[in-house]
Design a binder for this molecule. Sequence first.
Ligand SMILES: [Zn+2]
Length: 93
Amino acid sequence: MKDARIVYGMCTWWDTIDQCSKLPSGLPCCPHCGSVLFEAANEKEWWQGVDEAEKTNPGHRAKVESWRGRCSRTEGFDPNGQAPPMRGGRDAS
Ligand SMILES: [Zn+2]
């Protein structure tokens, strides 16, 4: 069965666990900035948490949707500001 876990970091990056990098210690980390990631059991649980935050922070879900695979630390956008502009490739840099 496919590993459906979602991992996410404080830098805004999140994706399925097969997209993340690993630290030498084996901990999952952001493939861009290397910050340690947290884990949700699956995408359903992940979005439930996001929707919960949306109640007190309108617009949060739209931002999170735009953050998939995006690292605010290496891309230099403000996680508290506007959603970052969309770009073509996942790893243009
Ligand atoms: Zn990052």
